[in-house]
Design a protein around this ligand. Structure first.
Ligand code: NAD
Ligand code: MG
Length: 390
């Protein structure tokens, strides 16, 4: 039996992971499940799967969780320290599916104990790529991509030599507003941005898909995970979301990965790697589909993509700043304090302010520095937003 833990078990990726695991309950010994405010779901799954411990990220939810688990034999815990503690509990395979930079520290704990970390949490590599990869090496742990594009690239690279890779193309659906006239974007509402044409995901990543901040994070994630020069990474808008990524080799060959937009493809690949096992996903009928469309992204429409290029060029802590500023700007958009296009402006302003503050971006890439920088970037977004409002 493999010991598994799922961080962010109550979310979209987390629930898809539990779906796969619960189809073969005898194969897995569930150690820890973590969640946020959805205590009923967390407790139900922890009991159903016989987890050792269930953790809510929020201290004030501990009583609720305790009551929900009473008599079940599942231990209840809450708060940041508890998330770190369960990260360190021995497991063979850990799913990192917390949303945001909050996923970084628990994932690092899992790497430190030598677990295989299946990484849906792209923020981990955006904020601290070199640090996390070094952790994995030092502790003989393994990092497997779960973001669908990165899983697709990873699969296209099986048996290949990275030196023969000419380019990596990750696709983007274009999100909720891909067919909107540019002039309408300024007035886009939270509800409109929260509606993805192809994928069913958490609200935050769905809005990030509409703004392309999600793709911006993924471009950086590609650079970090596959250690390729940014000039080799391309983004292609592909409205059907069937081709997840393509790898171009020096002989001109392109290897594409196709599948229905269902995260269980990528989760299942990481769960069973290096084997392939049967997965309960749709088998594509290309004849019925008829055609697949592709076009280049319009940078005027998606300033996030330009910002990602700047971040990759700048290096240091700029990824942590970029992500934190984006997360905070997204909070303000969701809480209706700023408009859709203001998010990119706020992130851009904060990156500039860090650039002007001597030495901050180039401080050593440690977890402490990432967390402090993250904190400051969020504070500066708040200031920017207040200033604009006033
Ligand atoms: P979600 O919002 O559906 O779920 C997030 C999970 O994190 C929940 O369990 C929630 O309780 C928990 N959480 C929220 N805030 C937390 C905090 N501060 N501390 C600890 N836990 C917290 O998100 P999702 O769509 O499942 O995405 C999870 C991660 O996977 C993100 O990094 C996202 O970018 C990535 N990802 C998601 C998809 C997808 O299809 N949903 C695809 C690719 C990558
Ligand atoms: Mg993705």
């Amino acid at each position: 039996m493999r010991k598994v833990s799922i961080f962010g078990a109550t979310g979209s990726v987390g629930q898809n992971t539990l779906d796969l695991i619960s189809r073969n309950p005898d194969d897995y010994d569930v150690i820890a499940l973590t969640g946020g405010g959805n205590i009923a779901q967390l407790a139900k799954d922890a009991v159903r799967l016989g987890a050792d411990v269930a953790v809510t990220a929020f201290d004030d939810k501990l009583d609720d969780l305790r009551s929900a688990l009473s008599g079940s034999g599942v231990q209840a815990a809450a708060g940041q320290a508890a998330l770190i503690e369960v990260g360190a509990r021995p497991a063979d395979w850990v799913m990192s599916a917390i949303v945001g930079a909050a996923g970084l520290a628990p994932g690092i704990e899992a790497l430190k104990q030598g677990a295989t970390l299946a990484l849906a949490n792209k923020e981990t590599l955006v904020c601290a790529g070199p640090l996390v990869l070094e952790m994995a090496r030092t502790h003989d742990a393994r990092l497997l991509p779960v973001d669908s594009e990165h899983s697709a690239v990873f699969q296209a690279l099986v048996g290949e030599d990275m030196t023969s890779v000419e380019r990596i193309i990750i696709t983007a659906s274009g999100g909720a507003f891909r067919d909107w006239p540019l002039s309408d974007l300024a007035g886009a509402t939270v509800e409109q941005a929260s509606n993805h044409p192809n994928w069913n995901m958490g609200q935050r990543i769905t809005i990030d898909s509409a703004s392309m901040f999600n793709k911006a994070l993924e471009v950086i994630e590609t650079k970090e995970y596959f250690d390729v020069h940014p000039s080799k990474i391309e983004v292609l808008v592909h409205p059907e979301s069937m081709v997840h990524a393509l790898v171009g080799f020096q002989d001109g060959a392109l290897m594409a990965h196709l599948g229905a937009p269902d995260m269980r493809h990528a989760i299942g690949y990481a769960l069973h790697w290096p084997e392939r096992r049967d997965l309960p996903v749709e088998r594509l009928d290309l004849a019925r589909l008829g055609q697949l469309r592709f076009h280049a992204p319009d940078e005027a429409r998606y300033p996030a993509l330009r910002l990602a290029r700047e971040v990759m060029e700048r290096g240091g802590l700029s990824g942590a700043i970029f992500n934190a500023a984006k997360e905070r700007a997204l909070d303000h958009f969701i809480e209706r304090r700023i408009r859709f296009l203001d998010m990119a402006d706020a992130v851009s302003d904060v990156l500039e302010r860090f650039e002007a503050a001597d030495g901050l971006i180039d401080a050593p890439l440690t977890l402490d520095n990432v967390q402090q920088t993250d904190h400051l970037a969020r504070k500066w977004v708040d200031e920017t937003v207040l200033e604009r409002a006033g």
